[in-house]
Design a protein around this ligand. Structure first.
Ligand SMILES: Nc1ncnc2c1ncn2[C@@H]1O[C@H](COP(=O)(O)OP(=O)(O)OP(=O)(O)O)[C@@H](O)[C@H]1O
Ligand SMILES: [Mg+2]
Length: 322
């Protein structure tokens, strides 16, 4: 048995003029739960569709186990449970009928169909709605139907494209718990925009941007791999007049060592808070000089932990920092 569940090698995908993937490569060993992050349009869904055998790459290869997905999509799909983005379902079908239909498509042995449907429905908390039409279900329950559909044939690999998007906070927690539970016995790759989700569910994070891999680490190590620190700063003006946050941001951005500035909450009365990111050079000394020159007063300054969110923004958003 090959040790890696997913192996992607130099994957490129072009849609007309758009190059959605630009030579993406990574490997996922069996049993890992991986968070796949990236801003809108980064290429997450494209990668997942290729991996699930629903889209052919322009160049490069995707393997699931030892199967080349493009060469033998049928055998690959037998090992994969896939929850597509936006989870398209048959609205007018009853949950049971839908799962039965999927069991047929998946060619599950007719003698085992009912047992498998029952087990997947129970696992996904669908017992009480099994006789309802999918169109009547809340979004959270539709996601459960999507997950039940994905695990029906007991695949080794789950590919979940934004499984918690559009859910309320309670449903998010429930679906996350379900994914965590599934992750105990299956390899899972899930895409998301919710960084906290990755911290609570995944043991590894892959970040892509513009069709390229920009980070690959554990959620704990990733912030540090951004190689920088952050400073929380609150400024007031010596005269007591309100500070213009946009103008002050501009000034702070030009301080030696500062790689990014976000405006955060101040302390009221015209004060402004900032979150400054910096690289190798600690900018605090230079900051004091700028503060004096601008007739500001420092009400608070402290180094803070760099969050996964900061790292994500640095790797995928902030052009200056990157
Ligand atoms: N069928 C298509 N035809 C043309 N361009 C496409 C198609 N599908 C995706 N793209 C383009 O490919 C790029 C990657 O899209 P993709 O859907 O893979 O991103 P994503 O990371 O899943 O984004 P999101 O977070 O918004 O879901 C984008 O520029 C997108 O506009
Ligand atoms: Mg997508």
């Amino acid at each position: 048995m090959p040790s890696s569940m997913i192996r992607i090698e130099g994957l490129t995908k072009r849609y007309g003029m758009t190059e959605a993937l630009k030579g993406l490569s990574f490997e996922v060993p069996r049993g890992q739960v991986v968070g796949f992050l990236g801003p809108n349009g980064a290429g997450k869904s494209t990668t997942m569709r290729i991996l699930a055998g629903y889209l052919t790459p322009t160049a490069g290869k995707a393997f699931v186990g030892d199967v080349d997905v493009s060469a033998d999509p049928v055998r690959a799909r037998a090992m994969i449970g896939y929850l597509p983005e936006n989870n398209p379902l048959y609205e007018e079908m009853m949950v049971f009928d839908f799962l039965h239909f999927i069991a047929e498509v998946r060619k599950i042995d007719p003698a085992q169909r009912d047992a498998r449907i029952k087990s997947a429905a129970e696992r996904c908390g669908l017992k009480d709605v099994i006789g309802k039409d999918i169109g009547q279900l809340s979004k959270g329950y539709r996601q459960r139907v999507g997950l039940a559909q994905a695990i029906l044939h007991d695949p080794d690999l789950l590919i979940l494209d934004e499984p918690t998007s559009g859910l309320d906070p309670n449903q998010i927690v429930e679906i996350r718990e379900l994914i965590k539970d599934l992750g105990k016995e299956k390899t899972v790759i899930l895409s998301t925009h919710v960084l906290s989700e990755v911290q609570s569910t995944c043991s590894r994070v892959l970040i892509i941007n513009g069709g390229k891999l920009v980070a690959d680490d554990s959620p704990e190590n990733l912030p540090a791999s951004g190689g920088e620190g952050a400073i929380h700063l609150v400024l007031g003006s010596r005269s007591g007049a309100a500070i213009d946050s946009a103008a002050a941001s501009g000034v702070l951005k030009s301080v030696a060592g500062v790689t990014g500035v976000d405006v955060v909450e101040g302390e009221g009365h015209g004060t402004v808070g900032f979150k400054l990111r910096f690289g190798v050079e600690d900018p605090r000394r230079a900051l004091f000089e700028v503060v004096v020159k601008n007739d500001w007063v420092i009400l608070e300054v402290r180094r803070t932990q760099v969050s996964l969110e900061d790292t994500f923004r640095k790797l995928t958003g902030d052009k200056k920092a990157a």
